[in-house]
Design a protein around this ligand. Sequence first.
Ligand SMILES: [Zn+2]
Length: 487
Amino acid sequence: MSFTIQNVLIPVDQGYATVDVQIEGDRIAAISATNLSSSSPSYQGGIRGGEGTVVDGQHKLLLPGFVNAHTHSSEMWQRGIIPPVPLELWLAELYDFVPLDTEQVYLTALGTAVETMLSGGTSVVDHLVLIPGQEIETIAAAIRAYQEIGIRAFIGPLIQDESLTAGIPNGNAKRNHETYIRSTEATLALMQEAVDKFHNPEAGVNILVAPTGIQLCSDALFAGCIELSDRYNLCRHAHLLETAAQKQLAQEKYGYSAVEHLQKIGYLSPRTSLAHCVWLSADDIAILAQTRSTVVHNPLSNLRLGSGIAPILKYRQAGVNVAFGCDGAASNDSQDLLEAIKMGSILHNITDLDYHHWITPRQAVEMASLGGAMGLNVADELGSLTVGKKADLVLYDLTNLSLLPRTDPIGLLVLGRPTNAVDSVWVNGKRVVADSKVTTIDVDALRKELFDRSEWSTNRKSPTIEQIEAHYRSVMGLSEKFQQSYS
Ligand SMILES: [Zn+2]
């Protein structure tokens, strides 16, 4: 398939240019100026004219697709229901829900992809929660969804080898934890099987090694993941220092910081992306810069769970690459990338009086696209409007009410609240959204399935929270007299 997007606005160094963009197969074949000098160095290739489908780009803005660089798709089944509690209690609540079936996993992978694409995303990093005993089937179900809808998928099966309570610091208490349901060896064998069965970058399906984080994973599990990552050139992903409790836990476990530990065991690298990174010291930040690791900023879940404000401006000043993620829909409680980008940009203005450090809308767009691609080790193929790169593109309708009156298009997109502003999306040269509608799947049928398979629900009680809340409050220095979260 080929497309020519005519008379479309693209950002250039000095403002915007109106160009024709040609897509041939899976690539951007040419970008040529229509009303500016075609000898300008910004433009490369030549439009051969009239080939393939012509798309009217007038009054539209074309940007490289964003990366939803950290999410957990199946959490969509629990969005809007978990009360305002911090991560450690929130996780207990999440794991108290009845395990999903693979069809549910398939449906929310579709839902996650739809919301990601309709808010500017062309790639998703799904840190996928596995159904116990049906791990490979879970991965297959998510991949089936992503292949059908046509989003580029990076799937990190969410693995751990310690049980939930081990993720909370001991403080002065002596505690024993249950053995986790799956051994380290079985988990690594599962990862090997996932790589053998599913890893296929050419088809837009990438497996990542993604131990959940130091809070619930042994060094042996990390070591096995590093070995797999090196053998198959897989990207590495993990949560890192999302909460103050995790910082304290790392001190208890290692006697020094979690970042130092990840560096010591060799997990940090240019193809490692780390979700959250809220509680890092200046030394930790230097380690991330030195190892060229990527931080995935998930501002909405950090606020929702009270985790804190990640020092994103410090990362940028230290030269650490930063991308944006929505995080799972049960802690966001949406998958709107533009919302995450807006919040993740302006949130930091309150952390630094020097407004020269603040994130501009253009910088935010670059973090969401090229920053996302860098974190996945694909910046040579994705993340910018460059001839020869893969055609993962998003076209925004600048006549949309939420983007009017006309001022700066990227300013409107990032600082405003764009509503249904995505006109078209291409992934790997294939048009998967046209006229603001997903073309590859029946979204009305998806709506019906999600509606029919769920029910209105309120006032849930989590037995696990009741068991661990007193210890959590004590170790975090919160008053002993408390009202149970659910009473
Ligand atoms: Zn997460």
